[in-house]
Design a protein around this ligand. Structure first.
Ligand code: 3HC
Length: 678
């Protein structure tokens, strides 16, 4: 077996090289090995400088997350890093791939840092509900200033080598293919120079220049900080670096780190980290199967969904042919795609050249025959089984054999659609979420006959276009919409029984959702699908339409809106709902927020359990991935199924019983036997 750590002698410079695939996580063996290698190098007088680098795809990508929550075996990372930093010989970190978390902290403890142009460095611990735990919050502000440190540590996003050089996190950028040699040469050039240690820098300079810096940061980033314990702790840890001597700051950081490690939020976010990776693996499919090359994509329908779907591929450099029935619909759809791209460019997220590059890959057509040479065709037309069957019959005839045919249906039976073709093995659902160019979730709907290589190809493709994909079985609404349905039913039932509709929204906002169902209705437009007869009122939505309350676009829907789109609850609407409820024979009463919360969320858990019972999701954590990425379920709770585990399945069952709501066998038996979903 190859050793995890080896050394290479280059005359007076020693390279300590780690190889711990897949991502060189800083496991106990790595921490121990690094420490021992440094100690040995310091004892050898013929060694004058040291380089720390990694083999494989990346520099250390962080602490080993699989060790979290288990008893820790020393040395802890900060012990190893203190030995590195205390060295009297220059130590250089040679960075490629991603130096993340503990990996970035290794680099910070070294006296110098060099990296290849494609390297990225960052402290993403907040994404795991943690803060850096090996002095990253104390060394980084001393090295690059408080403002830069705050954005890296509280924001959690990695920065590119060029930016790292600009702010002083890297000392040099070296050749992309010559890191090993260049870092040795760099280290040799530092021999006999005074040693710079990042723990010795001064972190409070920015603070003195602008004592309001932390408050300003808090105000500017209020949304990102709301509800996240780790982001707030990270801010406090960086603040400590400006107020305390280094050693005390490190102690403060450690306290906060250990506290967070035990927190429900961090456990939930670590659950999500592994859940997302597990979702990428497909049950009973050999991951080494050859993929179907997808070099050209066809999209049928240039409406909001079709256009958004097409943009994903165009942005990833894959040519798209988009088809519509009428020229004006085609023109309208593609002009919206251009507008969307231009808006993104104005925000500085892509360049004007990238806009033109993406749109340059788009072909428009009114003729199905132009889809003939596509490797994948995605249908995004009106949600009607008859229409979908017609479309699939047509594409099956014109599109080359071996190409994949996908439907973007959000609830229709994919197996029935597949039967309209002579190649059901090549048919599946690819359910994008609106706005399709932005939302991360993709439900891959596995039909009864869908081939393994078709599934695997789509899973791989989802990564290419930056989506998080989850495999779902064929059932009404698949995973996401199927679970949304009982929540919507309860939301309507609650307001008919007397709950304030704004309380229903507020309960979800307080839980951490970005929006409640009635705000969502206002945003989407209450008149979607309205029959336009103001005298025919059989639902609350129809009652609102009769009162010309169409949603945000008309300045009033469930809420009243001012010019700046600030919403205010409407007494008129409350009365409309009250009248409607009376007409329908519902008695209204005061309903507590607790009841609202239980009635909105517990039925979703029950539906999730049914989905698992029927095998429509591969595992509970897949459901969590769907709801976090597709519907804004708050990440810090880990998704609906982990949240249910945290609340306790017995509590969920008891709540459903109290409110007279259905409980499936799977949920009740899990609760009875004291099990959890995850
Ligand atoms: N510990 C343990 N396993 C890890 C890991 C880590 N830090 N990072 C990744 N892995 C595992 C993944 O679970 C996955 O395993 P699998 O193949 O069995 O599913 C495998 O490595 C490959 O990971 P990805 O599929 O994510 O590979 P990518 O190439 O897409 O991405 C990456 C690589 C950018 C390094 C990404 O894995 C990543 O972001 N990792 C986490 C980085 C991170 O959060 N580091 C901070 C950890 S906390 C910390 O360091 C605390 C410290 O301050 C004390």
């Amino acid at each position: 077996m190859k050793p995890i750590i080896r050394t290479e002698r280059h005359k007076d410079v020693l390279a300590i090289i780690t190889e711990n695939p897949p991502v060189n996580a800083l496991s106990q063996q790595v921490r121990q090995g690094l420490k021992e290698s440094i100690v040995q190098a310091l004892e050898d007088d013929s060694i004058k400088a040291i380089v720390i680098r990694c083999d494989g795809q990346t520099f250390f990508a962080g602490a080993d997350i699989t060790e979290f929550g288990k008893p820790s075996i020393g040395p802890i990372l900060s012990e190893t890093l203190d030995v590195i930093e205390a060295a009297e010989k220059p130590v250089v970190a040679a960075v490629h791939g991603t130096a993340l978390g503990g990996g970035c902290e290794v680099a910070l403890a070294c006296h110098y840092r060099v990296g290849v142009p494609s390297a990225k460095l960052g402290l993403p611990e907040v994404k795991l509900g943690l803060i850096p735990g090996a002095a990253g919050t104390q060394r980084l502000p001393r090295l690059v200033g408080v403002e830069n440190a705050l954005s890296i540590i509280v924001g959690g996003a990695p920065i590119l080598a060029e930016k790292a050089l600009e702010i002083g996190l890297l000392d040099a950028i070296v050749g992309e293919d010559s890191l090993a040699a260049d870092s040795i040469a760099f280290a040799r050039a530092q021999i006999a120079k005074p040693i710079k240690r990042s723990s010795e820098g001064v972190a409070h300079q920015d603070g003195i220049k602008n004592p309001d810096l932390f408050d300003e940061f808090r105000t500017k980033n209020a949304r990102g900080l709301r509800g996240f314990e780790a982001q707030n702790a990270a801010l406090n840890a960086v603040k400590a670096a400006t107020e305390m001597p280094y050693n005390e700051g490190v102690k403060k950081e450690r306290e906060l780190f250990l506290e967070l490690m035990q927190s429900t939020q961090s456990k939930a976010m670590r659950h999500y980290f592994f859940a997302e990776r597990a979702a990428g693996k497909i049950d009973n499919v050999d991951p080494s199967l050859p993929l179907i090359p997808v070099k050209k994509v066809g999209v049928i329908g240039a409406g909001t969904m079709g256009g958004g779907i097409a943009m994903n591929f165009l942005s990833s450099g894959i040519p798209v042919t988009i088809l519509e029935m009428q020229q004006n619909a085609l023109d309208h759809g593609t002009s919206i795609m251009r507008k969307n791209y231009e808006r993104t460019s104005r925000k500085g997220r892509i360049t004007v050249e990238q806009v033109e590059q993406a749109l340059g890959l788009l072909t428009q057509t009114l003729d199905y025959k132009d889809l003939a040479d596509c490797d994948l065709v995605i249908e995004a037309v009106y949600e009607s089984m008859d229409v979908k069957k017609q479309v699939f019959g047509k594409i099956d005839k014109v599109v080359k054999q071996g190409a994949i045919l996908a439907s973007n249906t959000s609830y229709l039976n994919v197996d029935e659609i597949a039967q309209a073709t002579k190649r059901p093995g090549y048919v599946l659902g690819l359910h994008f979420f609106s706005p399709a160019n932005i939302m991360k979730l993709l439900e891959i709907v596995r039909g009864a006959e869908t081939r393994d290589d078709v599934l695997l190809t789509c899973m791989q493709l989802s990564k290419t276009i930056g989506k998080v994909a989850v495999v779902a079985g064929v059932c009404d609404g698949f995973i996401g919409n199927r679970m949304l349905s009982p929540r919507q039913q309860q939301a309507t039932a609650l307001i008919l029984e007397g709950a304030n509709y704004w309380d229903v929204d507020d309960v979800l906002l307080e839980f951490g959702f970005p929006m409640g169902p009635f705000q969502m209705a206002d945003l989407a437009g209450i008149d979607i699908g309205w029959h336009r007869d103001p005298f025919k009122v059989s639902t609350i939505r129809e009652a609102l339409c009769s009162a010309e309350r169409f949603g945000q676009k008309s300045g009033k829907g469930f809420y009243d809106y001012d010019e700046a789109r600030n919403r205010a609850p409407s007494e008129e609407v409350k009365a409309i709902i009250g009248d409607f409820a009376a007409k329908e024979g519902h008695k209204q009463r005061t309903i507590s927020k607790e009841e609202i919360r239980e009635r909105l969320l517990y039925p979703m858990v029950n539906e999730g359990a049914k989905i698992l019972e029927e095998g429509m999701a591969q595992c509970a954590s897949d459901i969590d991935v769907v709801w976090i990425n597709g519907y804004g379920w708050p990440l810090q709770t880990g998704g609906p199924m982990l949240w249910a585990d945290t609340v306790g399945l017995k509590t969920v069952v008891a709540g459903l019983n109290t409110h007279n709501l259905p409980i499936c066998d799977y949920l009740s038996s899990k609760a009875e036997s004291g099990e959890t979903f995850n």
